[in-house]
Write a protein that binds this ligand. Structure first.
Ligand code: HEM
Length: 447
């Protein structure tokens, strides 16, 4: 028996064994399983799997993968780093940093990053973000006046590269900002395909990567500002225990994290409000009542609870991080299904957020689900836009502050006229996105 026959025989015996309570299987192609579709549209594969149950097996080539969408199963997966380790899928793009590391290395990186995300720091950063955004929005005003159609998903990413990334120590040139939305999409597509079986870097992807590396290198070579608290980049540069050749990986994560998921969330909020104009008007009324024409501040967010609930509900309805990957370190049970050691499991956040056992009328957009008394009744692991447990998102506070502040600024200034109606066609690579963006016209509001 040669090696291939031996591996096939092992796989067949694994596949045909009769475990107690084996999970339902999503049928796929004989050899490739679901690999081709998974590479280009993992969201479609998991959507299909989710119709079969709460724990479903599907194969990528000969490798079994489990899809999980029950909060009871997900809790231990997110809480126990002994049983489940974070997947390393983003490593080709982001390198080795707090997101992709595990164990003691992860702990050290997380502890190092923590002061940058202390509430005192994020309050300062968020206030700075408002000032930058007010200036940046002049551009959006000019589009409103010229009735130019814009894709708000793309434009929000551009805004965040200019207004949010400086807090971490980055400066984008205008041409880099313009190129970034397409580049980040290509890079994520490439990294995802690499994860699911490998794909060579195209010339375009190499150029995109070179552009991001260039932004990091240039930012590292700039002297630190002396009149502001040290940025994440300044702190990394000052810490001589961190080897210089690993700085790029730590910085690449913060560069992408601060300029992709938050604007993606903002764009989804706009789409949700376009589809539910009664909430848009209610939010605008709350803002007018609390702020009048004054720009929002971090302190004023406390007095805008509906605005917060709208963002929370959007993160349920369209969670940008729509799935989480884990590897089992030993044999485990998930809802009584046996999962062998070394297996990849994908937690389907998007599908948990629409699970009818845990959400009443899940397809309806209803920010009032997040009224305090209703939140208290919810299953602890039914709402996971930022994950949960020790690997929970470190940037959730600043991300929420920036999205809410931008939304308040936006609703004070503009009304949106959609140029595409109906449900958004969604595709999930690492991030959930609308394949057509959020196309619209902006209309200036006169006070
Ligand atoms: C709305 C915006 C955001 C969303 C929806 C989001 C979502 C998430 C989720 C779901 C995780 C957990 C992944 C897992 O358990 O496998 C995560 C982790 C992480 N996020 Fe975010 N994130 C956002 C914004 C940010 C921002 C602004 C930053 C920093 C600039 C950031 C930095 C990180 C880091 C460093 C981790 C890894 C934490 C660890 O493993 O210890 N995120 N994020």
């Amino acid at each position: 028996m040669n090696f291939v026959e031996h591996m096939s025989a092992m796989y067949r015996s694994w596949r045909d064994r009769e475990p107690i309570n084996s999970a339902p299987v999503l049928p796929g192609m004989k050899v490739l399983g679901h690999l081709p579709t998974f590479r280009s549209n993992a969201f479609a594969v998991l959507s299909e799997a989710s119709t079969l149950g709460d724990v479903v097996r599907f194969d990528l080539l000969h490798t079994p993968v489990f899809f999980v969408k029950h909060p009871d199963a997900v809790g231990p997966m997110l809480d126990s780093q002994e049983l489940w380790l974070r997947g390393e899928g983003l490593q080709p793009l982001l390198g080795r940093n707090v997101l992709s590391m595990n164990g003691a290395e992860w702990q050290a990186s997380r502890t190092f990053a923590q002061p940058t995300f202390h509430p005192k720091m994020t309050d300062l950063v968020a206030q700075d973000f408002v000032q930058r955004a007010i200036t940046y929005l002049d551009k959006w005003h000019s589009w409103a006046r010229s009735q130019t159609e814009v894709d708000l998903a793309r434009e929000a990413i551009c805004l965040f590269t200019q207004c949010a990334t400086p807090a971490f120590g980055f400066r984008f040139l205008p041409e880099e900002t313009e190129a970034f939305p397409a580049a980040i999409l290509r890079l994520q597509q490439w990294a995802f395909a690499a994860l699911a079986g490998g794909k060579r870097r195209s010339r375009k992807v190499s150029q995109d990567m070179a552009m991001l590396d260039g932004i990091i290198e240039r930012s590292l070579n700039r002297p630190p500002a002396t009149d502001q608290p040290p940025t994440y980049l300044d702190r990394l540069r000052q810490d001589h225990s961190i080897p210089r050749d690993s700085l790029r990986d730590h910085l690449m994560l913060m560069l992408i994290a601060s300029s992709d998921n938050p604007p993606n969330t903002f764009a989804f909020v706009i789409k949700a409000l376009l589809d539910n104009p009664e909430w848009e008007e209610a939010a605008r009324a709350e803002i007018a009542d609390v702020l009048g024409d004054e720009p929002p501040t971090v302190a004023s967010l406390e007095s805008l609870p509906l605005l917060s609930r709208i963002v929370d509900e959007t993160l349920r309805y369209y969670p940008p991080v729509w799935m989480l990957a884990r590897h089992s370190t030993r044999d485990v049970e998930l809802l009584e299904h046996h999962i062998p050691a070394g297996t990849m499991a994908l937690i389907g956040t998007y599908f948990i957020h629409r699970h009818p056992e845990f959400w009443e009328d899940p397809e309806q957009f209803n920010p009032d689900r997040f009224l305090p008394h209703r939140e208290a009744e919810r299953h602890r692991y039914a709402y996971l836009p930022f994950g949960s447990g020790p690997r929970r998102c470190i940037g959730s506070r600043i991300a929420l502050q920036e999205v809410r502040l931008l939304l308040a600024l936006f609703l004070q200034r503009f009304r949106v006229i959609p140029t595409h109606t109906g449900p958004l066609p969604l595709n999930g690579i690492f991030a959930l996105r609308s394949t057509i963006g959020v196309p619209c016209l902006l209309q200036e509001l006169t006070s």
